[in-house]
Write a protein that binds this ligand. Structure first.
Ligand SMILES: [Zn+2]
Length: 59
């Protein structure tokens, strides 16, 4: 009954939409939601680079 592991969704928490862009070619490949206080940085596949790259949120 402990839920200290990072949860995808806090119940009732406000979440904002973000676009994740490849840090190498700047292609906007993914859409996500996040908590306003959170900064997203994820390794994702970029179809332009044809490999996994770091994706950061962009406006
Ligand atoms: Zn890329």
């Amino acid at each position: 009954m402990s839920s200290e592991a990072s949860d995808a969704g806090y119940r009732g928490d406000h979440r904002v939409p973000v676009t994740l862009a490849c840090s190498e070619c700047r292609a906007r490949n993914y859409k996500k939601t996040k908590a306003p206080t959170q900064t997203l940085e994820l390794k994702k596949f970029c179809k332009q680079c044809k490999k996994h790259t770091l994706h950061r949120e962009s406006k």
